[in-house]
Design a protein around this ligand. Sequence first.
Ligand code: HEM
Length: 319
Amino acid sequence: MQAILRTAFPPALPKRGARPFPWPWRDRAGRFSALRAVTLALILAPGAWLLVTALTEGLGPEPAKAALREIGLWTIRLLLVTLAVTPLGRILAAPRVLGLRRMLGLATLAYALLHLLLYAVDQNFGLPRIASEIALRFYLTIGFVALLGLAVLGWTSTDGWMRQLGLRWKRLHFLIFPIAALGVFHFFLQSKSQLWEAVLAAGLLAWLVLWRLLPAGARLHPVALMLLAPASGLAAAGVEYAWYALATSLPASRILAANLDIAFGLRPAVWAAVAAVVPPLLALPGWIRARQSRRTAPGSAAPGPEPAHSPAAAGNPGR
Ligand code: HEM
């Protein structure tokens, strides 16, 4: 009995030298982390909510298809949240936030696998048909390639693989950006005329890529971050325009012009720009503090140690 209890509830702190069991709500030292527990609960919430809705027959006449779509949406949302962890952790100078990347990345993979499983359910597990559909339907092929990419990154996300691959690990995990672009493309391809969230996702992904392209010293600067807001909005509007112009017979220039007309509410490209105003606002207090401490530091004219909010002090920008 004691052995069972020990397995179910391992001691909060591991013995010296022993590796703590990687329960997702514990930090690397094996201590309970409220931040990790809340993140885990938020990750599980959409799946749990969907399960309850399915059990209460609230998913409509085609429950598997409805669940497939819903889980697809949560996959792309989680992928974007995973990519946002590094900028957020650095802007807030919060290394504990950076520690959430692996959990969020693996959760994205789990949702993507569930999405595939629901596709199989929708197709009555007809494996030859599923394989031929994935091979022949372009949007499914794109989704499958994105899923394979996520699986490779999930498989190699362990400490062992990090040590084994060394510098190549970072290069491999940089593939998360093309994978996210494929995920968004898959989203566009199957969205038909309902492009609202796909365009927003494209704008948010543009921000995440542009932030990485900023020179390291500018990534926490409120002005540089503020410039990313119109850039992300323009990128989203450009993608939306290109989509309507190339893939539909709808008037792309009128849809582009609608971004300037708020009479019918804000368009997704404008929302992408609005969302991109949040990071510079979050960066401002830290940037002001860093400036003040540089000014008041004795002998501040001489090059001193990096302030806490500086890029070097905020830790590794990678995954
Ligand atoms: C083997 C891999 C995949 C397959 C077979 C697949 C299949 C599908 C199918 C059949 C749909 C619904 C189409 C419809 O409405 O009739 C869909 C939607 C979607 N999928 Fe995938 N998918 C795959 C991978 C992915 C991945 C990796 C992502 C995200 C990174 C993703 C994100 C989405 C999104 C966002 C939607 C749209 C949901 C909506 O319209 O509300 N899928 N997928």
